[in-house]
Design a protein around this ligand. Sequence first.
Ligand code: FES
Length: 122
Amino acid sequence: MSEKLHERARKARLDTMQRHVLVCTDDDCGGSGVAKALRKAITAHGLRSTVSIAKVDCLDICTKGTIAVVYPEGTWYAGLKPSRVERLVTEHLRDGRVVTDLVFHRNPLAPGCRPPEHPTEP
Ligand code: FES
């Protein structure tokens, strides 16, 4: 592979990443503010080397936004607002406890990532 590609992978912290958060930033979901707040909180809590945020155009849910999904757990969140980001970052991304009152679906993609209990709809 090219040196440039390896450099980009290093800058993206792919070797240390433990969680990837995809945030819908389509206008219907209004997630731009959520994504910005997520980046700020992740930095504030010293999680930049282990958590990556990706802004995406749509996650095919398109209701009760802002929608986001956290991998590898496959935990789907709805109703996110900048004011709720601190809980997502501290409870889930830092402490590993899903914020159940904001979760509407779970589908882990890897063995061993099963969440502890069923969520309630936000
Ligand atoms: S517009 Fe956000 S999930 Fe489709």
